[in-house]
Design a protein around this ligand. Structure first.
Ligand SMILES: N[C@@H](CC(=O)c1ccccc1NC=O)C(=O)O
Length: 309
């Protein structure tokens, strides 16, 4: 059990009460520089569809981690109610619905800083006993208003001349350095880095292959990004790190990607993005805009990140 993280980390950097971590890097200049990365005025969604299943026998239609519940989407009032005799209020027929989503395993999502920790302390030393069945009283997702900054797109699959990386492939600091040099981009404080592995496409080809491991970021790659003071790291895989055939991460706790980003540095993670249209447009940089739902005490949120090219 460890109560203080190994170096390097950001604990105390923005004060002992800080709950938003690297979002402190989103200064007015950083936000304006993000807007300055818009060249054509084209808006792309980087989100998978949320497609509900209301039956355990329903086919697996959206990428998800093995064993995690699929989104549940129920109509609460629909055309059938009126056909059965319900009277539309004031002559207006209204359709309404309800959604149950387990964000970390079944859809494009952002992790709150309270999502993972080690020992008895959350990011910045907050007491982990503050995370209870009623929600997280520290570092919940509602603490983050949103992120608007420069996005840096690193298409690792294309860099290696591939459409989809192999499950054993790991993205190293040397890869990141080589891709930035090739694109002429210097990653700086407050940037959001978007990594493409192609892995989400694998689900639509074969769910069994998708669940048999996944490519992802290596420990030295994570430390390299943290050193550059990024606000967030996003990827199209489901854990940012690579996973082995048993569905677990291989790193020890000091090298674990979620520990390095969320727990040690307060850097936000976004997983299960859809990056295929972005890969076609292939911008080196763009404006990245995303906001979580204000789920009080939430460990994360479904998101629809936007790339504005
Ligand atoms: N997005 C998922 C996946 C994940 O992070 C994960 C899944 C299996 C084993 C290890 C994981 N992350 C480890 O750092 C989660 O947040 O639970």
């Amino acid at each position: 059990m460890s109560d203080t993280p190994p170096e390097p980390h950001n604990w105390g950097r923005w004060g002992d009460d800080d709950q938003i971590g690297a979002a402190n890097l989103l200064t007015p200049d950083v936000v304006k520089a993000g807007a300055g990365a818009v060249a054509r005025g084209r808006v792309l969604s980087l989100s998978l569809p949320i497609k509900g299943s209301t039956s355990s026998n329903a086919p697996c239609t959206v990428p998800h981690l093995r064993g995690r519940p699929l989104p549940q989407h129920f109509m609460s009032i629909d055309g059938g109610d009126y056909l059965a005799g319900a009277k539309p209020p004031a002559g207006l027929s209204i359709a309404d619905d309800a959604l149950i989503v387990s964000p970390h395993g079944t859809t494009t999502h952002m992790d709150a800083l309270c999502h993972m920790w080690n020992g008895s302390r959350l990011y910045n030393g907050h007491d982990s006993a503050r995370i209870r069945s009623y929600g997280a009283l520290r570092c919940g997702i509602e603490q983050l208003p949103g992120i608007a900054t420069r996005g840096v797109f690193l298409d690792v699959a294309r860099h290696r001349g591939r459409d989809i990386l192999d499950p054993a492939d790991r993205i190293t600091a040397a890869d990141l350095e080589a891709m930035c040099a090739a694109a002429g981009v210097t990653i700086g404080a407050g940037d959001a880095v978007v990594l493409r592995t192609g892995w989400t496409k694998q689900f639509y080809r074969s769910a069994d292959t998708y669940w048999g491991g996944e490519p992802g970021l290596a420990t030295d790659g994570a430390l390299w990004l943290a050193e550059r003071d990024v606000v967030a790291v996003a990827a199209d895989n489901s854990a940012i790190c690579g996973l082995n055939a048993q569905g677990g991460a291989d790193e020890d706790l000091d090298g674990d990607i979620h520990m390095i980003f969320l727990w040690r540095h307060g850097i936000y993670l976004m997983e299960m993005l859809w990056l295929e249209e972005l890969a076609e447009a292939a911008p080196a940089t763009f404006q990245f805009v995303v906001a979580p739902l204000k789920i009080v005490g939430g460990t994360g949120s479904p998101i629809n990140p936007l790339a504005i090219l």
